[in-house]
Structure formats: C-alpha cells, structure tokens
Design a protein around this ligand. Structure first.
Ligand SMILES: Cc1cc2nc3c(=O)[nH]c(=O)nc-3n(C[C@H](O)[C@H](O)[C@H](O)COP(=O)(O)O)c2cc1C
Length: 216
C-alpha cells in the first residue's frame, strides 16, 4: 500500500521534476520537449541585435562558445533538410588577421578587435534540386536562402548569449577559398565577425510596414 502511494505521488510530480532538472541546461539540444529558457526574451534578442562595427578587443570567445552558436544553426530549416551551409572558423590571431585582410578596408577597420571571424558557404546542387535536376527557377538561389537562414540563427543565438556580430557581403571570395581550401562545389557567402560590442551601435531606420507588406 505504501509503495502504491509513493508511486502515485511520483507519477504526479514527475513532469515538474523533469522541467526543473532541464530548465538550466540551455545547451541541451537533444531535449525537444522542454522550452529552452534563455536569460533574455526573444524580443529583446531581436531588438538589441544590431550590426556591430566597433569591438572590445580585450574580450575573448572560446571554441566551446562558438560551437554552441554553430549547433544553433543546425536547428534552421533548409530545403528538404539538405543542410547545405558550412562554416570556416578563424580563431587564431594569424587566421583572424588573414581573414580581416579579405573584407575590404572599411570592413577591416570596423571589425578590428573581434576575436572570431567566420566564413559561411553552401554546397551547390543540393537545396533547390531533386535527383540532380533543378526544381524551379531559383536553382542554387535556395542554397543561398538556406545559408541566410542558418546565419540568421547564428547571429540571433550569438545575441542571446551576449555576443555581437557583423555579416559582411563585401569580401574576396577567391582569396577566402584559397585560405581555407574551400571546394569549388561550395559557394562562398558571408564573413561574420563575432565579438563584444564597444559602445552602442547605430540604430537603422526601417521602412514603413505598408511599403513592404500587403494584406489580401
Ligand atoms: C547579406 C548582407 C551583407 C552585408 N554586408 C555588409 C558589409 O559588407 N559591411 C557592413 O558594414 N555591413 C554589411 N551588412 C550589414 C547591413 O548593412 C545591416 O544589416 C543593415 O544596415 C541593417 O542594420 P542592422 O543589422 O543593425 O539591423 C550586410 C548585411 C547583410 C544581411
């Protein structure tokens, strides 16, 4: 009888025990049943994420922290789950310097002090294709689309963890390909700086919603 009572109490309490044991582990990516609690709200992440063009050179970021951000990109949707995005992470001072020389003079100045630079690419012929045939007029554009989604997850997760980023489309793709030995089968997309902001970034103006959205 005692045993029955204990089982009954445990059965009732089990969901609460599970929740409390999981709420602190925001790095547990395998548990999809529990909503992940970050210390800032999603809206705060969206509103405080800005393109940061001035970095605090005294702060560093560990490989484990970068890995956590890259794991977040794997939650992004992609065409038929093709997951075409790939990342090349420069973390040593030599590699960071080498990449910063390939984003143009203005970008180079703006990302000075960012401890990590990441090149994103996508594998061609995957998203937008079925059995080697292009599915519609967009073709490999879907690979670029998926890469953008993946990068969006990266920059938002980065912000949620207190980091800052700048996506750079101005970059020398040929030299980056050589530097990281990137296959011709991949399209080199953006370079993303990762670091900590020094000072408050510029607030961009946004177009009125009426100009960009139509309701029918
Ligand atoms: C695909 C892409 C390429 C970009 N390239 C650059 C770049 O080379 N240099 C730069 O300073 N900003 C670059 N940006 C950042 C945009 O200028 C920025 O997102 C925009 O002005 C809005 O500001 P916000 O990101 O702070 O909201 C790029 C953004 C995207 C999405």
């Amino acid at each position: 009888m005692k045993c029955f009572k204990l089982n009954f109490i445990l059965a009732l309490a089990w969901p609460f025990l599970m929740l409390s044991s999981c709420s602190n582990s925001d790095t547990n990516t395998s548990n999809t049943n529990v909503s992940v609690v970050e210390s800032v709200s999603f809206d705060e992440v969206l509103m405080s994420r800005r393109s940061v063009r001035s970095y605090d050179a005294t702060k560093t970021i560990s490989e484990a922290e970068v890995r956590e951000l890259l794991i977040a990109t794997q939650e992004a949707p992609s065409w038929a789950n093709q997951q075409p995005s790939k990342y090349y992470v420069a973390m040593t001072p030599e590699m960071v310097e080498a990449v910063s020389n390939l984003v143009g003079e203005r970008n180079k100045q703006n990302i000075a002090g960012a401890p990590v630079l990441i090149v994103s690419t996508y594998e061609k012929g995957k998203s937008g294709f079925f059995r080697g045939e292009q599915t519609n007029e967009i073709g490999d554009g879907w690979g670029a689309y998926d890469n953008g989604l993946s990068n969006a997850y990266f920059i938002l997760k980065a912000r949620a963890k207190g980091f800052d980023t700048l996506i750079m489309g101005m970059r020398d793709s040929d030299e980056l390909r050589k530097l990281f030995n990137i296959s011709e089968n991949e399209e080199v997309m953006a370079v993303i700086s990762l670091g900590y902001r020094s000072g408050e970034p510029r607030q961009p103006e946004h177009r009125p919603l009426e100009e960009v959205a139509q309701f029918f």
